[in-house]
Design a protein around this ligand. Structure first.
Ligand code: F6R
Length: 241
């Protein structure tokens, strides 16, 4: 595991953007596994900036997102489809046919999860998977559990996750209760993992997940078993390691 400690959010974002850029430059038709949330917004800003400067070409890149709320239409500004277009896809030369997220409007969970796993397989797997981490150690929407979930599945969100995400909605009642997410096995199958965290609020979970026991109660702890993990932290998130 490589750990980069950055002075602040901006530096963390730039370091992570450097790593994603290197992937795109070295393999122009790579498969990027992407995440939403507040952590990667600065990274996406750098990618957009470097694309505009002519340093990056996304025309052959494929993307697969980690997760999507179930029941939110794409044009809802809280859907992850909307987030990704707003923060990245609308500003770069990615082919819309190469952008993939779970379809939150597919009511048949089994069908949608199977479709998404097959899609990822058909693309040849994920070259680099970007992750943030929840305060409870969740990655994607894989919440603390007694077992590690395998492939893409439909989850009922934990109360703590609903509370953490309600800042994006008018109230906690409006946060969807279910989501589709890649499973732990899907995430672990990525060739490389890039995980980012910033702020003092993430310090405890970073210590637990990467220096504590490997347990499904801290889903991110499974990443200790992955052969190619890069952790990019700001000083506050790194303060306990
Ligand atoms: C986002 C995702 C989540 C977030 C995590 C951290 O697609 O899957 O696991 O990465 O909840 O969120 P932020 O970055 O908002 O702290």
């Amino acid at each position: 595991m490589r750990i980069y400690k950055a002075a602040n959010y901006k530096e963390m974002s730039r370091k992570a953007a450097n790593i994603i850029s290197a992937q795109v430059i070295l393999k122009p038709d790579c498969v990027l596994g992407l995440a939403t949330g507040s952590t990667p917004i600065g990274l996406y800003e750098y990618l957009v900036d470097w694309y505009k400067k002519g340093d990056l070409d996304f025309s052959k890149v494929q993307t697969v997102n980690l997760d999507e709320y179930k029941g939110l239409p794409r044009d809802n500004d809280q859907s992850y489809y909307y987030f990704m277009h707003d923060n990245l896809f609308n500003h770069i030369n990615i082919d819309p046919a190469n952008v993939h997220l779970p379809d939150g409007m597919e009511p048949d969970a089994e069908k949608e999860c199977r479709r998404y796993d097959e899609l990822i397989r058909s693309l040849g797997g994920v070259d680099i998977q970007l992750l943030g981490i929840g305060h409870n150690g969740h990655i994607g929407f894989n919440e603390p559990d007694t077992v590690f979930a395998k492939g893409t599945h439909c989850v009922k969100l934990q109360e703590s996750t609903i509370q953490a995400n309600k800042r994006f909605f008018a109230s906690a009642e409006e946060v969807p209760q279910y989501a589709y997410t890649m499973g732990i096995q899907t995430i672990m199958s990525a060739k490389k993992i890039l995980i980012m965290a910033n702020g003092a609020g993430k310090a405890e979970i970073i210590k637990k997940a990467f220096f504590g026991p490997i347990t499904p109660e801290v889903p991110a702890s499974v990443l200790q078993l992955h052969g190619d993990v890069t952790l990019v932290l700001d000083n506050e998130a790194a303060s306990l390691i």
